[in-house]
Design a protein around this ligand. Structure first.
Ligand SMILES: Nc1ncnc2c1ncn2[C@@H]1O[C@H](COP(=O)(O)OP(=O)(O)OP(=O)(O)O)[C@@H](O)[C@H]1O
Length: 554
Protein backbone atom coordinates (compact mmCIF):
# COMPACT_ATOMS: atom_id res chain seq x y z
CA UNK A 1 0.00 0.00 0.00
CA UNK A 2 1.24 3.51 -0.79
CA UNK A 3 0.42 6.95 0.61
CA UNK A 4 -1.77 9.19 -1.59
CA UNK A 5 1.05 11.63 -2.22
CA UNK A 6 3.21 8.76 -3.52
CA UNK A 7 0.70 7.86 -6.20
CA UNK A 8 1.45 8.59 -9.85
CA UNK A 9 -0.76 7.88 -12.83
CA UNK A 10 0.02 4.40 -14.12
CA UNK A 11 1.50 3.90 -17.57
CA UNK A 12 3.46 7.16 -17.35
CA UNK A 13 0.42 9.25 -18.33
CA UNK A 14 0.29 12.92 -17.44
CA UNK A 15 -3.13 13.98 -16.20
CA UNK A 16 -4.34 17.56 -16.66
CA UNK A 17 -4.99 19.27 -13.29
CA UNK A 18 -8.73 18.60 -13.11
CA UNK A 19 -8.23 14.99 -14.14
CA UNK A 20 -5.67 14.51 -11.39
CA UNK A 21 -8.01 16.11 -8.86
CA UNK A 22 -10.86 13.84 -9.96
CA UNK A 23 -8.65 10.73 -9.91
CA UNK A 24 -7.42 11.41 -6.39
CA UNK A 25 -10.53 12.96 -4.78
CA UNK A 26 -11.15 11.34 -1.43
CA UNK A 27 -14.21 12.51 0.45
CA UNK A 28 -16.21 14.27 -2.26
CA UNK A 29 -18.44 13.36 -5.17
CA UNK A 30 -17.23 14.57 -8.55
CA UNK A 31 -18.80 15.07 -11.96
CA UNK A 32 -16.45 15.26 -14.93
CA UNK A 33 -17.91 16.76 -18.08
CA UNK A 34 -15.63 16.60 -21.07
CA UNK A 35 -15.66 16.24 -24.82
CA UNK A 36 -14.71 13.24 -26.91
CA UNK A 37 -11.28 11.76 -26.35
CA UNK A 38 -10.67 13.80 -23.19
CA UNK A 39 -9.71 10.65 -21.33
CA UNK A 40 -12.85 10.17 -19.20
CA UNK A 41 -12.71 6.40 -19.29
CA UNK A 42 -8.97 6.44 -18.71
CA UNK A 43 -9.56 8.72 -15.72
CA UNK A 44 -11.84 6.11 -14.16
CA UNK A 45 -9.18 3.42 -14.63
CA UNK A 46 -6.58 5.68 -13.01
CA UNK A 47 -8.94 6.52 -10.16
CA UNK A 48 -9.52 2.83 -9.49
CA UNK A 49 -5.76 2.37 -9.34
CA UNK A 50 -5.44 5.28 -6.90
CA UNK A 51 -8.21 4.05 -4.60
CA UNK A 52 -7.02 0.45 -4.51
CA UNK A 53 -3.31 1.11 -4.30
CA UNK A 54 -3.57 3.72 -1.54
CA UNK A 55 -6.17 1.76 0.39
CA UNK A 56 -8.67 4.64 0.17
CA UNK A 57 -11.05 1.92 -0.87
CA UNK A 58 -10.52 -0.01 2.33
CA UNK A 59 -10.44 -3.80 2.33
CA UNK A 60 -12.83 -5.65 1.95
CA UNK A 61 -14.94 -2.93 0.39
CA UNK A 62 -15.19 -2.65 -3.37
CA UNK A 63 -15.56 -0.25 -6.28
CA UNK A 64 -18.62 -0.48 -8.50
CA UNK A 65 -18.31 0.90 -12.04
CA UNK A 66 -21.44 1.16 -14.16
CA UNK A 67 -21.23 1.55 -17.93
CA UNK A 68 -23.84 1.24 -20.63
CA UNK A 69 -22.47 -1.46 -22.87
CA UNK A 70 -21.07 -4.89 -22.21
CA UNK A 71 -17.88 -4.20 -24.14
CA UNK A 72 -17.36 -0.91 -22.28
CA UNK A 73 -17.57 -2.79 -18.95
CA UNK A 74 -15.06 -5.34 -20.25
CA UNK A 75 -12.75 -2.62 -21.51
CA UNK A 76 -12.71 -0.83 -18.16
CA UNK A 77 -12.27 -4.07 -16.18
CA UNK A 78 -9.36 -5.04 -18.40
CA UNK A 79 -7.71 -1.61 -18.10
CA UNK A 80 -7.90 -1.76 -14.30
CA UNK A 81 -6.54 -5.30 -14.25
CA UNK A 82 -3.58 -4.31 -16.40
CA UNK A 83 -2.87 -1.13 -14.44
CA UNK A 84 -3.41 -2.40 -10.91
CA UNK A 85 -2.76 -6.13 -11.15
CA UNK A 86 -5.23 -8.97 -10.67
CA UNK A 87 -5.13 -9.06 -6.86
CA UNK A 88 -6.31 -5.49 -6.23
CA UNK A 89 -8.44 -5.42 -9.38
CA UNK A 90 -10.47 -8.31 -7.93
CA UNK A 91 -12.23 -5.65 -5.85
CA UNK A 92 -13.32 -3.73 -8.94
CA UNK A 93 -16.78 -4.68 -10.24
CA UNK A 94 -17.48 -3.40 -13.73
CA UNK A 95 -21.07 -3.87 -14.71
CA UNK A 96 -23.89 -2.59 -16.92
CA UNK A 97 -27.00 -1.15 -15.27
CA UNK A 98 -28.88 -4.30 -16.29
CA UNK A 99 -26.26 -6.64 -14.86
CA UNK A 100 -26.07 -4.66 -11.61
CA UNK A 101 -29.85 -4.75 -11.28
CA UNK A 102 -29.94 -8.47 -11.97
CA UNK A 103 -27.32 -9.13 -9.33
CA UNK A 104 -29.43 -7.25 -6.81
CA UNK A 105 -32.49 -9.26 -7.77
CA UNK A 106 -30.60 -12.56 -7.53
CA UNK A 107 -29.16 -11.65 -4.12
CA UNK A 108 -32.36 -10.29 -2.54
CA UNK A 109 -35.10 -11.94 -4.60
CA UNK A 110 -37.32 -12.86 -1.61
CA UNK A 111 -37.67 -9.11 -0.94
CA UNK A 112 -39.86 -8.89 -4.05
CA UNK A 113 -43.47 -9.35 -3.07
CA UNK A 114 -47.00 -9.14 -4.53
CA UNK A 115 -47.08 -8.86 -8.34
CA UNK A 116 -43.31 -8.47 -8.38
CA UNK A 117 -42.55 -11.73 -6.54
CA UNK A 118 -40.33 -14.12 -8.51
CA UNK A 119 -39.53 -17.81 -8.13
CA UNK A 120 -35.91 -19.00 -7.82
CA UNK A 121 -35.88 -20.28 -11.42
CA UNK A 122 -37.19 -17.09 -12.94
CA UNK A 123 -36.25 -16.46 -16.56
CA UNK A 124 -35.32 -13.43 -18.63
CA UNK A 125 -37.10 -12.75 -21.88
CA UNK A 126 -36.79 -9.86 -24.35
CA UNK A 127 -40.54 -9.35 -24.74
CA UNK A 128 -42.85 -11.17 -22.37
CA UNK A 129 -43.36 -10.88 -18.63
CA UNK A 130 -45.09 -13.72 -16.80
CA UNK A 131 -45.93 -13.06 -13.19
CA UNK A 132 -43.72 -15.01 -10.81
CA UNK A 133 -41.79 -16.74 -13.61
CA UNK A 134 -40.41 -14.46 -16.25
CA UNK A 135 -39.27 -10.84 -16.52
CA UNK A 136 -38.18 -8.66 -19.43
CA UNK A 137 -34.80 -6.90 -19.57
CA UNK A 138 -36.57 -3.59 -19.11
CA UNK A 139 -38.09 -4.85 -15.83
CA UNK A 140 -34.71 -5.43 -14.18
CA UNK A 141 -33.93 -1.86 -13.11
CA UNK A 142 -37.43 -1.12 -11.71
CA UNK A 143 -37.42 -4.43 -9.80
CA UNK A 144 -33.98 -3.72 -8.34
CA UNK A 145 -35.20 -0.25 -7.41
CA UNK A 146 -38.18 -1.71 -5.61
CA UNK A 147 -35.84 -3.99 -3.62
CA UNK A 148 -33.53 -1.14 -2.65
CA UNK A 149 -36.37 1.21 -1.75
CA UNK A 150 -38.32 -1.26 0.33
CA UNK A 151 -35.70 -3.39 1.96
CA UNK A 152 -33.31 -1.86 4.46
CA UNK A 153 -31.27 -5.08 4.62
CA UNK A 154 -30.62 -4.95 0.85
CA UNK A 155 -29.87 -1.24 0.96
CA UNK A 156 -27.45 -1.73 3.85
CA UNK A 157 -25.82 -4.70 2.10
CA UNK A 158 -25.09 -2.77 -1.06
CA UNK A 159 -23.78 0.23 0.85
CA UNK A 160 -21.53 -1.99 2.95
CA UNK A 161 -20.13 -3.60 -0.18
CA UNK A 162 -19.29 -0.49 -2.19
CA UNK A 163 -17.37 2.47 -0.85
CA UNK A 164 -16.88 4.02 -4.32
CA UNK A 165 -19.11 4.16 -7.37
CA UNK A 166 -18.13 5.17 -10.93
CA UNK A 167 -20.67 6.15 -13.56
CA UNK A 168 -19.39 6.17 -17.16
CA UNK A 169 -21.18 7.80 -20.16
CA UNK A 170 -23.44 9.34 -17.57
CA UNK A 171 -25.12 11.71 -20.07
CA UNK A 172 -27.17 8.71 -21.23
CA UNK A 173 -28.54 7.77 -17.81
CA UNK A 174 -32.33 7.32 -17.82
CA UNK A 175 -34.77 8.37 -15.12
CA UNK A 176 -35.14 4.82 -13.77
CA UNK A 177 -31.41 4.25 -13.71
CA UNK A 178 -30.86 7.53 -11.91
CA UNK A 179 -33.47 6.60 -9.32
CA UNK A 180 -31.64 3.34 -8.72
CA UNK A 181 -28.37 5.18 -8.12
CA UNK A 182 -30.11 7.61 -5.81
CA UNK A 183 -31.88 4.92 -3.82
CA UNK A 184 -28.75 2.78 -3.53
CA UNK A 185 -26.15 5.45 -2.83
CA UNK A 186 -27.91 8.79 -2.15
CA UNK A 187 -27.08 10.14 1.31
CA UNK A 188 -24.82 7.16 1.99
CA UNK A 189 -21.11 7.19 2.69
CA UNK A 190 -20.31 6.08 -0.87
CA UNK A 191 -18.18 8.45 -2.95
CA UNK A 192 -19.45 8.83 -6.51
CA UNK A 193 -17.57 9.82 -9.66
CA UNK A 194 -19.64 10.48 -12.78
CA UNK A 195 -18.14 11.15 -16.20
CA UNK A 196 -19.90 12.09 -19.42
CA UNK A 197 -20.37 14.46 -22.32
CA UNK A 198 -23.71 16.16 -22.90
CA UNK A 199 -22.84 16.62 -26.58
CA UNK A 200 -22.78 12.84 -26.97
CA UNK A 201 -26.26 12.40 -25.52
CA UNK A 202 -27.82 9.95 -27.96
CA UNK A 203 -30.16 7.92 -25.75
CA UNK A 204 -32.94 10.50 -25.50
CA UNK A 205 -35.33 8.07 -27.21
CA UNK A 206 -34.60 5.53 -24.46
CA UNK A 207 -35.44 8.04 -21.74
CA UNK A 208 -32.04 9.65 -21.03
CA UNK A 209 -32.70 12.35 -18.48
CA UNK A 210 -32.49 15.92 -19.61
CA UNK A 211 -29.61 17.58 -17.81
CA UNK A 212 -28.78 14.48 -15.76
CA UNK A 213 -25.23 15.65 -15.11
CA UNK A 214 -26.48 18.90 -13.62
CA UNK A 215 -29.17 17.10 -11.60
CA UNK A 216 -26.52 14.74 -10.28
CA UNK A 217 -24.23 17.67 -9.38
CA UNK A 218 -27.10 19.22 -7.39
CA UNK A 219 -28.47 16.09 -5.73
CA UNK A 220 -25.10 14.66 -4.78
CA UNK A 221 -23.34 17.97 -4.18
CA UNK A 222 -20.81 16.80 -6.74
CA UNK A 223 -17.92 19.02 -7.66
CA UNK A 224 -17.84 19.80 -11.41
CA UNK A 225 -14.40 19.23 -12.92
CA UNK A 226 -14.40 19.83 -16.68
CA UNK A 227 -11.54 18.48 -18.83
CA UNK A 228 -10.34 20.46 -21.81
CA UNK A 229 -7.87 18.42 -23.79
CA UNK A 230 -8.59 15.96 -26.55
CA UNK A 231 -6.09 13.12 -26.51
CA UNK A 232 -7.52 11.32 -29.48
CA UNK A 233 -7.92 13.38 -32.62
CA UNK A 234 -5.50 15.25 -34.87
CA UNK A 235 -5.92 19.07 -34.95
CA UNK A 236 -7.83 19.24 -38.25
CA UNK A 237 -10.40 16.81 -36.84
CA UNK A 238 -10.56 18.66 -33.55
CA UNK A 239 -11.31 21.89 -35.40
CA UNK A 240 -14.31 20.24 -37.04
CA UNK A 241 -15.45 18.94 -33.62
CA UNK A 242 -14.95 22.43 -32.24
CA UNK A 243 -17.21 23.95 -34.91
CA UNK A 244 -19.91 21.51 -33.85
CA UNK A 245 -19.27 22.24 -30.16
CA UNK A 246 -19.78 25.96 -30.92
CA UNK A 247 -23.35 25.06 -31.97
CA UNK A 248 -24.10 22.50 -29.29
CA UNK A 249 -22.38 23.85 -26.20
CA UNK A 250 -20.76 27.26 -26.83
CA UNK A 251 -19.22 27.36 -23.36
CA UNK A 252 -17.13 24.27 -24.12
CA UNK A 253 -15.46 25.68 -27.24
CA UNK A 254 -11.65 25.42 -27.25
CA UNK A 255 -9.57 28.46 -28.12
CA UNK A 256 -8.32 28.36 -31.73
CA UNK A 257 -4.66 28.42 -30.65
CA UNK A 258 -5.09 25.07 -28.90
CA UNK A 259 -6.17 23.48 -32.16
CA UNK A 260 -3.53 24.71 -34.55
CA UNK A 261 -1.77 22.28 -36.87
CA UNK A 262 -2.14 20.53 -40.21
CA UNK A 263 -2.21 16.97 -38.96
CA UNK A 264 -5.33 14.97 -39.78
CA UNK A 265 -7.41 14.49 -42.94
CA UNK A 266 -11.10 14.99 -43.63
CA UNK A 267 -12.49 13.84 -46.97
CA UNK A 268 -16.03 14.38 -48.20
CA UNK A 269 -16.82 12.04 -51.09
CA UNK A 270 -19.84 12.41 -53.32
CA UNK A 271 -21.05 9.39 -55.29
CA UNK A 272 -23.67 8.73 -57.95
CA UNK A 273 -24.72 5.35 -56.58
CA UNK A 274 -23.99 3.02 -53.69
CA UNK A 275 -22.03 0.82 -56.13
CA UNK A 276 -19.57 3.64 -56.95
CA UNK A 277 -19.33 4.34 -53.25
CA UNK A 278 -18.62 0.68 -52.44
CA UNK A 279 -15.92 0.44 -55.07
CA UNK A 280 -14.08 3.60 -54.03
CA UNK A 281 -14.32 2.96 -50.28
CA UNK A 282 -13.25 -0.68 -50.65
CA UNK A 283 -10.29 0.59 -52.73
CA UNK A 284 -9.38 3.11 -50.02
CA UNK A 285 -9.57 0.42 -47.35
CA UNK A 286 -7.42 -1.90 -49.45
CA UNK A 287 -4.80 0.86 -49.76
CA UNK A 288 -4.86 1.57 -46.03
CA UNK A 289 -4.32 -2.10 -45.25
CA UNK A 290 -1.49 -2.24 -47.78
CA UNK A 291 0.09 0.76 -46.04
CA UNK A 292 0.07 -1.24 -42.81
CA UNK A 293 -2.97 0.20 -41.00
CA UNK A 294 -4.28 -2.67 -38.83
CA UNK A 295 -7.86 -3.75 -39.67
CA UNK A 296 -8.86 -3.07 -36.07
CA UNK A 297 -8.03 0.63 -36.65
CA UNK A 298 -10.60 0.99 -39.45
CA UNK A 299 -14.33 1.46 -38.84
CA UNK A 300 -17.29 2.11 -41.09
CA UNK A 301 -20.06 3.89 -39.18
CA UNK A 302 -23.67 4.25 -40.28
CA UNK A 303 -26.54 5.99 -38.55
CA UNK A 304 -28.93 3.06 -38.76
CA UNK A 305 -29.84 -0.11 -40.67
CA UNK A 306 -26.18 -1.07 -41.13
CA UNK A 307 -26.92 -4.42 -42.74
CA UNK A 308 -28.77 -2.64 -45.59
CA UNK A 309 -26.68 0.49 -45.97
CA UNK A 310 -23.40 -1.43 -46.01
CA UNK A 311 -24.63 -4.30 -48.20
CA UNK A 312 -22.85 -3.11 -51.37
CA UNK A 313 -19.63 -2.28 -49.51
CA UNK A 314 -19.72 -5.67 -47.80
CA UNK A 315 -19.98 -7.41 -51.17
CA UNK A 316 -17.13 -5.39 -52.60
CA UNK A 317 -14.87 -6.07 -49.59
CA UNK A 318 -15.80 -9.76 -49.78
CA UNK A 319 -14.81 -9.78 -53.48
CA UNK A 320 -11.41 -8.36 -52.55
CA UNK A 321 -10.96 -10.84 -49.69
CA UNK A 322 -10.98 -8.16 -46.99
CA UNK A 323 -12.55 -9.44 -43.74
CA UNK A 324 -15.16 -7.24 -42.12
CA UNK A 325 -17.61 -7.68 -39.29
CA UNK A 326 -21.10 -6.30 -39.05
CA UNK A 327 -21.35 -5.49 -35.36
CA UNK A 328 -25.10 -5.24 -35.35
CA UNK A 329 -25.29 -9.00 -35.51
CA UNK A 330 -22.08 -10.19 -33.98
CA UNK A 331 -20.67 -7.81 -31.37
CA UNK A 332 -22.67 -8.91 -28.39
CA UNK A 333 -22.39 -12.49 -29.49
CA UNK A 334 -18.59 -12.36 -29.66
CA UNK A 335 -18.58 -11.35 -25.99
CA UNK A 336 -20.47 -14.54 -25.05
CA UNK A 337 -18.13 -17.26 -23.74
CA UNK A 338 -20.15 -20.06 -25.31
CA UNK A 339 -19.96 -18.43 -28.75
CA UNK A 340 -16.22 -17.89 -28.29
CA UNK A 341 -15.87 -21.58 -27.38
CA UNK A 342 -17.72 -22.72 -30.50
CA UNK A 343 -15.69 -20.40 -32.74
CA UNK A 344 -12.43 -21.60 -31.16
CA UNK A 345 -13.49 -25.21 -31.75
CA UNK A 346 -14.13 -24.55 -35.45
CA UNK A 347 -10.84 -22.65 -35.73
CA UNK A 348 -8.95 -25.60 -34.26
CA UNK A 349 -10.49 -28.23 -36.50
CA UNK A 350 -10.57 -26.16 -39.69
CA UNK A 351 -7.35 -24.18 -39.54
CA UNK A 352 -3.61 -24.75 -39.40
CA UNK A 353 -1.61 -23.62 -36.39
CA UNK A 354 -4.23 -21.99 -34.18
CA UNK A 355 -2.31 -22.08 -30.87
CA UNK A 356 -4.38 -19.39 -29.13
CA UNK A 357 -7.69 -20.97 -30.06
CA UNK A 358 -6.36 -24.37 -29.02
CA UNK A 359 -5.10 -23.10 -25.67
CA UNK A 360 -8.36 -21.39 -24.75
CA UNK A 361 -10.35 -24.40 -25.90
CA UNK A 362 -8.31 -26.69 -23.68
CA UNK A 363 -8.61 -24.28 -20.75
CA UNK A 364 -12.38 -24.48 -20.91
CA UNK A 365 -12.66 -28.17 -21.60
CA UNK A 366 -10.24 -28.92 -18.75
CA UNK A 367 -12.97 -27.75 -16.40
CA UNK A 368 -15.01 -30.77 -17.41
CA UNK A 369 -12.87 -32.97 -15.16
CA UNK A 370 -10.74 -31.43 -12.51
CA UNK A 371 -7.67 -33.60 -12.15
CA UNK A 372 -6.28 -37.07 -11.62
CA UNK A 373 -6.80 -40.13 -13.79
CA UNK A 374 -10.25 -39.12 -14.84
CA UNK A 375 -8.89 -35.74 -15.98
CA UNK A 376 -6.15 -37.39 -18.02
CA UNK A 377 -8.67 -39.78 -19.62
CA UNK A 378 -10.96 -36.89 -20.52
CA UNK A 379 -8.05 -34.94 -21.94
CA UNK A 380 -7.00 -37.73 -24.24
CA UNK A 381 -10.61 -38.35 -25.29
CA UNK A 382 -10.94 -34.66 -26.23
CA UNK A 383 -7.65 -34.71 -28.13
CA UNK A 384 -8.71 -37.84 -30.03
CA UNK A 385 -12.05 -36.28 -30.82
CA UNK A 386 -10.37 -33.12 -32.15
CA UNK A 387 -7.97 -35.20 -34.28
CA UNK A 388 -10.78 -37.29 -35.78
CA UNK A 389 -12.95 -34.27 -36.43
CA UNK A 390 -10.06 -32.44 -38.10
CA UNK A 391 -9.66 -35.41 -40.43
CA UNK A 392 -13.40 -35.49 -41.13
CA UNK A 393 -13.69 -31.81 -42.08
CA UNK A 394 -10.63 -32.07 -44.31
CA UNK A 395 -11.96 -35.05 -46.27
CA UNK A 396 -12.79 -34.15 -49.89
CA UNK A 397 -16.44 -35.06 -49.39
CA UNK A 398 -16.90 -32.52 -46.56
CA UNK A 399 -19.02 -29.56 -47.68
CA UNK A 400 -17.04 -26.70 -46.11
CA UNK A 401 -19.49 -24.01 -47.19
CA UNK A 402 -22.53 -25.74 -45.72
CA UNK A 403 -23.43 -24.91 -42.13
CA UNK A 404 -25.33 -28.21 -41.85
CA UNK A 405 -22.09 -30.12 -42.39
CA UNK A 406 -20.52 -28.39 -39.37
CA UNK A 407 -23.49 -28.66 -37.07
CA UNK A 408 -23.17 -32.35 -35.98
CA UNK A 409 -19.49 -31.81 -35.12
CA UNK A 410 -20.30 -28.79 -32.99
CA UNK A 411 -23.13 -30.69 -31.28
CA UNK A 412 -20.81 -33.59 -30.53
CA UNK A 413 -18.15 -31.24 -29.16
CA UNK A 414 -20.62 -29.49 -26.85
CA UNK A 415 -21.90 -32.87 -25.62
CA UNK A 416 -18.34 -33.86 -24.79
CA UNK A 417 -17.67 -30.59 -22.93
CA UNK A 418 -20.86 -31.35 -20.99
CA UNK A 419 -23.79 -29.20 -20.00
CA UNK A 420 -22.60 -28.36 -16.46
CA UNK A 421 -19.36 -26.90 -17.83
CA UNK A 422 -21.28 -24.90 -20.44
CA UNK A 423 -23.78 -23.50 -17.95
CA UNK A 424 -20.93 -22.52 -15.64
CA UNK A 425 -19.41 -20.31 -18.36
CA UNK A 426 -21.69 -17.40 -17.48
CA UNK A 427 -24.26 -16.78 -14.71
CA UNK A 428 -27.09 -16.16 -17.21
CA UNK A 429 -26.68 -19.57 -18.87
CA UNK A 430 -28.64 -21.39 -16.20
CA UNK A 431 -31.76 -19.49 -17.05
CA UNK A 432 -34.43 -20.64 -19.47
CA UNK A 433 -33.31 -21.21 -23.03
CA UNK A 434 -30.48 -18.64 -22.98
CA UNK A 435 -27.68 -21.17 -23.51
CA UNK A 436 -29.51 -23.00 -26.31
CA UNK A 437 -30.44 -19.68 -27.95
CA UNK A 438 -26.84 -18.48 -27.91
CA UNK A 439 -25.55 -21.74 -29.37
CA UNK A 440 -28.13 -21.47 -32.16
CA UNK A 441 -27.21 -17.82 -32.74
CA UNK A 442 -23.49 -18.56 -32.87
CA UNK A 443 -24.07 -21.23 -35.51
CA UNK A 444 -26.40 -19.02 -37.52
CA UNK A 445 -23.91 -16.15 -37.48
CA UNK A 446 -21.13 -18.48 -38.55
CA UNK A 447 -23.41 -19.83 -41.31
CA UNK A 448 -24.14 -16.33 -42.59
CA UNK A 449 -20.45 -15.51 -42.82
CA UNK A 450 -19.77 -18.89 -44.42
CA UNK A 451 -22.23 -18.04 -47.20
CA UNK A 452 -19.93 -15.25 -48.34
CA UNK A 453 -16.99 -17.35 -49.48
CA UNK A 454 -17.37 -20.94 -48.18
CA UNK A 455 -14.20 -20.48 -46.13
CA UNK A 456 -14.56 -21.31 -42.43
CA UNK A 457 -11.36 -19.60 -41.32
CA UNK A 458 -12.18 -16.41 -43.24
CA UNK A 459 -15.70 -16.50 -41.76
CA UNK A 460 -14.22 -16.68 -38.27
CA UNK A 461 -11.72 -13.94 -39.04
CA UNK A 462 -14.63 -11.72 -39.92
CA UNK A 463 -16.18 -12.57 -36.58
CA UNK A 464 -13.06 -11.89 -34.56
CA UNK A 465 -12.29 -8.49 -33.19
CA UNK A 466 -8.72 -7.95 -34.26
CA UNK A 467 -8.65 -9.21 -37.82
CA UNK A 468 -11.73 -7.57 -39.27
CA UNK A 469 -12.79 -4.09 -40.24
CA UNK A 470 -15.81 -3.15 -38.21
CA UNK A 471 -19.17 -1.94 -39.47
CA UNK A 472 -20.84 -0.10 -36.59
CA UNK A 473 -23.92 1.92 -35.86
CA UNK A 474 -23.47 5.22 -34.06
CA UNK A 475 -24.74 3.57 -30.88
CA UNK A 476 -22.23 0.73 -31.11
CA UNK A 477 -19.27 3.03 -31.80
CA UNK A 478 -19.74 5.09 -28.63
CA UNK A 479 -16.59 5.14 -26.51
CA UNK A 480 -14.41 3.53 -29.21
CA UNK A 481 -11.64 5.04 -31.33
CA UNK A 482 -10.02 4.25 -34.68
CA UNK A 483 -7.27 5.65 -36.88
CA UNK A 484 -9.64 5.75 -39.89
CA UNK A 485 -13.36 6.29 -39.69
CA UNK A 486 -15.71 6.24 -42.68
CA UNK A 487 -19.18 7.64 -41.97
CA UNK A 488 -21.26 6.16 -44.76
CA UNK A 489 -24.32 8.05 -46.02
CA UNK A 490 -24.29 11.54 -44.50
CA UNK A 491 -27.71 12.07 -46.05
CA UNK A 492 -30.99 13.64 -44.99
CA UNK A 493 -32.60 10.20 -45.34
CA UNK A 494 -30.25 8.64 -42.77
CA UNK A 495 -29.46 11.46 -40.38
CA UNK A 496 -33.00 12.54 -39.64
CA UNK A 497 -35.19 12.59 -36.56
CA UNK A 498 -37.81 14.51 -34.64
CA UNK A 499 -35.15 15.95 -32.39
CA UNK A 500 -32.45 17.82 -34.35
CA UNK A 501 -30.21 17.97 -31.25
CA UNK A 502 -30.08 14.18 -31.08
CA UNK A 503 -29.26 13.95 -34.79
CA UNK A 504 -26.43 16.39 -34.29
CA UNK A 505 -25.17 14.50 -31.21
CA UNK A 506 -25.20 11.25 -33.15
CA UNK A 507 -23.18 12.76 -35.97
CA UNK A 508 -20.81 14.20 -33.35
CA UNK A 509 -20.31 10.81 -31.72
CA UNK A 510 -19.58 9.27 -35.15
CA UNK A 511 -17.01 11.83 -36.32
CA UNK A 512 -15.26 12.08 -32.95
CA UNK A 513 -14.22 8.38 -33.07
CA UNK A 514 -11.51 9.22 -35.66
CA UNK A 515 -7.92 9.76 -34.57
CA UNK A 516 -6.42 10.96 -37.86
CA UNK A 517 -8.56 10.36 -40.91
CA UNK A 518 -12.27 10.93 -41.36
CA UNK A 519 -14.13 10.11 -44.57
CA UNK A 520 -17.73 11.25 -45.01
CA UNK A 521 -19.72 9.94 -47.95
CA UNK A 522 -23.06 10.50 -49.61
CA UNK A 523 -24.64 8.93 -52.67
CA UNK A 524 -27.33 10.36 -54.95
CA UNK A 525 -29.04 7.02 -55.32
CA UNK A 526 -29.15 3.90 -53.17
CA UNK A 527 -30.84 0.94 -54.85
CA UNK A 528 -33.24 -0.94 -52.62
CA UNK A 529 -31.21 -3.84 -51.17
CA UNK A 530 -32.65 -7.33 -50.92
CA UNK A 531 -34.19 -7.67 -47.49
CA UNK A 532 -35.32 -4.04 -47.12
CA UNK A 533 -38.80 -4.48 -45.77
CA UNK A 534 -39.66 -1.08 -44.41
CA UNK A 535 -39.54 2.21 -46.23
CA UNK A 536 -36.46 2.67 -48.37
CA UNK A 537 -35.61 5.95 -50.14
CA UNK A 538 -33.83 5.35 -53.42
CA UNK A 539 -33.04 9.00 -54.13
CA UNK A 540 -30.84 10.68 -51.56
CA UNK A 541 -29.94 14.23 -50.54
CA UNK A 542 -26.62 15.10 -48.92
CA UNK A 543 -27.00 16.46 -45.39
CA UNK A 544 -25.69 19.95 -46.14
CA UNK A 545 -25.99 21.19 -42.54
CA UNK A 546 -23.87 18.36 -41.10
CA UNK A 547 -21.39 18.39 -43.98
CA UNK A 548 -21.07 22.15 -43.50
CA UNK A 549 -19.02 21.52 -40.36
CA UNK A 550 -16.20 20.17 -42.52
CA UNK A 551 -15.48 23.60 -43.98
CA UNK A 552 -12.55 25.37 -42.37
CA UNK A 553 -13.40 28.99 -41.54
CA UNK A 554 -11.12 31.18 -43.53
N1 LIG B 1 -3.74 11.57 -19.73
C1 LIG B 1 -3.61 11.01 -20.92
N2 LIG B 1 -2.45 11.08 -21.60
C2 LIG B 1 -2.33 10.49 -22.81
N3 LIG B 1 -3.29 9.81 -23.42
C3 LIG B 1 -4.47 9.70 -22.80
C4 LIG B 1 -4.71 10.29 -21.51
N4 LIG B 1 -5.98 10.01 -21.15
C5 LIG B 1 -6.50 9.29 -22.15
N5 LIG B 1 -5.61 9.09 -23.13
C6 LIG B 1 -5.84 8.37 -24.40
O1 LIG B 1 -6.74 9.17 -25.16
C7 LIG B 1 -7.70 8.36 -25.84
C8 LIG B 1 -9.12 8.75 -25.38
O2 LIG B 1 -9.32 8.39 -24.02
P1 LIG B 1 -10.73 7.85 -23.47
O3 LIG B 1 -11.23 6.75 -24.34
O4 LIG B 1 -10.57 7.60 -22.03
O5 LIG B 1 -11.59 9.17 -23.74
P2 LIG B 1 -13.13 9.48 -23.42
O6 LIG B 1 -13.15 10.83 -22.82
O7 LIG B 1 -13.74 8.38 -22.63
O8 LIG B 1 -13.70 9.56 -24.90
P3 LIG B 1 -15.20 9.46 -25.53
O9 LIG B 1 -16.15 10.24 -24.67
O10 LIG B 1 -15.02 10.10 -26.89
O11 LIG B 1 -15.49 8.01 -25.65
C9 LIG B 1 -7.34 6.93 -25.49
O12 LIG B 1 -6.53 6.43 -26.54
C10 LIG B 1 -6.56 7.05 -24.18
O13 LIG B 1 -5.66 5.97 -24.03
Amino acid sequence: MIRPEQWHPVGGLVLEPNARTAATATGENVVVAAGPGAGKTELLAQRADFLLRTGRCTYPRRILAISFKVDATRNLRERVRLRTGPRLAARFDSSTFHAFAKRLIDSFRPALTGHDALGPDYRLDPDIRIEGEQVRFEDLVPLALSIIENNAHARGGIRQTYSHVFLDEFQDCTGEQYQLIQAAFGRSGAVLTAVGDTKQRIMVWAGALDGVMRTFADDFEARPLPLYQNRRSAPRLRRMQNRMIAEMDPEAVSPAEDLAGDDGVIDVLDFGTERDEAETIAGLIEDWLAEGVPPSEIAVVVRSRPDLVTAALGEELGRRGIPFRNEQASQDLAAEPVAALIFDFIRVIAGEGQPEAYASLMRVTARAHASGDEGARFDSRMKRFLRDTRAAVRAPAFKTGDLEAWRPHVDEFLRLVSRPVLTALSPGYQQGTRLADLIAQALETFGRELDMDDDAIEALRRLSESDAIRFLTVHKCKGLEFEKVVVLGVEEQLFWGKNPTTVMSEFFVAISRAKRHLVLTHAGRRARPAGAQRRWDVWRTPHRMLLGFTFEDS
